[in-house]
Ligand binder design. Structure first.
Ligand code: DCP
Ligand code: CA
Length: 398
């Protein structure tokens, strides 16, 4: 049976909204991200307040400044958008493993297996609430029977929209008919202009054409594909990644900037233990550890070190976190602190690989290292079991 099993989520005014999140004084005003008004660049993103004046993504900066001279112009911070994009991906994986990030701010979810028609809608509402609560941003969602229709739907009621497409083929066809042809996925400015020249204005015009005619205009594959899409038919599958991460990290943003470095260190150690517990649950070992600090002025640094031999022991991870933290500047207050591990291998793979580092130890130390590792493992196991029974706060190491 055909049913609505694909969900498309697209963040609203993404770069502009992230800037407004980080700069509260820029909220509710016209904000243009992409550079200075006198520069040669184009608008990357703009707030909905700026859109009211006709400003659009891709427009030359100077033109935007003419339309909306009172706007605030921000340069754009790629690393920050990528960071939030990664958080979005993590958040979506909490709903289903079948997630494909289609660009920095949009993703498809395959909900195959849902039991009733209401389920995707409830899920979409929960997902929007999480994005709002956890990321502080809004997104628009489309739900449909395939990827093309879901993407189209998410765009229909922006911002903060939720649009559900019909499932019945005839209803879909009439839904699409009045929309302009540029709504079809893959119809860019050039294709649009060419099709306009031949009198195709609405998707209905394409529906009334034929695959043969469209193939003559656009080439065989593209023409047939366009004809299918115009009828709301799309066979593509969501390409999700198996969710075994090569790195694992946890971070926390302080509700108020933290100037007390002892307290910051406690937070770091706590994150470190959470990462350790997760590694052990997955029966994996890490080959490197890193910390991440963001200062109150948003300057962000990461420092990392190798872990040899690979480990999942809290004792070793905590020592690494402490060493890394000892070595960084602590004059400015912190906005965020994080701990993570990378170069992760499966426990079984690590056992079968020769531990070069260990073989370099003199015999006695080698023995001691082995004993220490065994002691660590049994202590960690006991701690994990206690935490599982009594919750995370039962044991904290000093
Ligand atoms: N982007 C860009 N240059 C463009 C278009 C987009 O750098 N010409 C970047 C900035 C956008 C982000 O990609 O914030 C996502 O693109 P979208 O097309 O989804 O646009 P927005 O998220 O800004 O707005 P909307 O609310 O319409 O999705
Ligand atoms: Ca977007």
């Amino acid at each position: 049976m055909v049913y609505n099993r694909i969900l498309h989520v697209d963040m609203d005014a993404f770069f502009a909204s992230v800037e407004q999140l980080d700069h509260p004084e820029w909220r509710d005003v016209a904000l243009i991200v992409g550079g200075r008004p006198e520069e040669r660049g184009v608008v990357a993103s703009c707030s909905y307040e700026a859109r009211r004046f006709g400003v659009r993504a891709g427009m030359p900066m100077r033109r935007a400044a003419q339309l909306c001279p009172h706007a605030i112009f921000a340069p754009g911070r790629r690393w920050r958008y990528s960071e939030i994009s990664a958080q979005l991906y993590e958040l979506l994986l909490g709903f289903t493993p079948f997630v494909e990030m289609a660009s920095i701010d949009e993703a498809f979810l395959d909900l195959s297996g849902v039991q009733d028609a209401d389920e995707p809608i409830k899920l979409a509402q929960a997902l929007k609430a999480s994005i709002r609560n956890e990321l502080g941003l809004t997104a628009s969602v489309g739900i449909a029977s395939n990827m093309f229709l879901a993407k189209l739907a998410s765009d229909l009621q922006k911002p903060d929209g939720l649009t559900v497409m019909p499932v019945d083929a005839a209803a879909i066809k009439s839904f699409l008919a009045p929309l302009p042809i540029r709504r079809v996925w893959g119809v860019g400015t050039k294709t649009e202009a060419l099709l306009h020249d031949y009198g195709f204005k609405s998707i209905g015009d394409l529906q009334a054409s034929s695959p043969e005619l469209l193939s003559q205009l656009l080439g065989n594959a593209a023409g047939r594909h366009l004809f299918e899409l115009a009828h709301g038919r799309d066979e593509r599958q969501v390409e999700w990644q198996p969710a075994l991460e090569k790195s694992l990290s946890k971070e926390t943003t302080f509700s108020e900037d933290c100037g007390d470095m002892q307290q910051a260190r406690q937070y770091l150690r706590r994150l470190c233990e959470e990462v350790g517990a997760r590694l052990r649950r997955q029966k994996r070992l890490a080959g490197a550890a890193h910390i991440k600090l963001r200062y109150s002025d948003f300057r962000t640094i990461t420092r990392q070190m190798p872990l040899k031999p690979v480990t999942c022991s809290d004792r070793v991870l905590l020592r690494a976190a402490d060493q890394l933290f000892d070595a960084v500047e602590k004059k400015a207050a912190l906005r965020l602190i994080g701990f993570g591990v990378s170069k992760i291998v499966e426990e079984t793979a690590a056992v079968s690989e020769p531990q070069e580092q260990l073989l370099l130890f003199p015999e006695k130390e080698q023995l001691e290292a082995g004993e220490a590792a065994a002691r660590d493992a049994s202590l960690d196991r006991a701690v994990d079991q206690l935490r599982e029974r009594f919750g995370d706060d039962i044991l904290r190491r000093g």
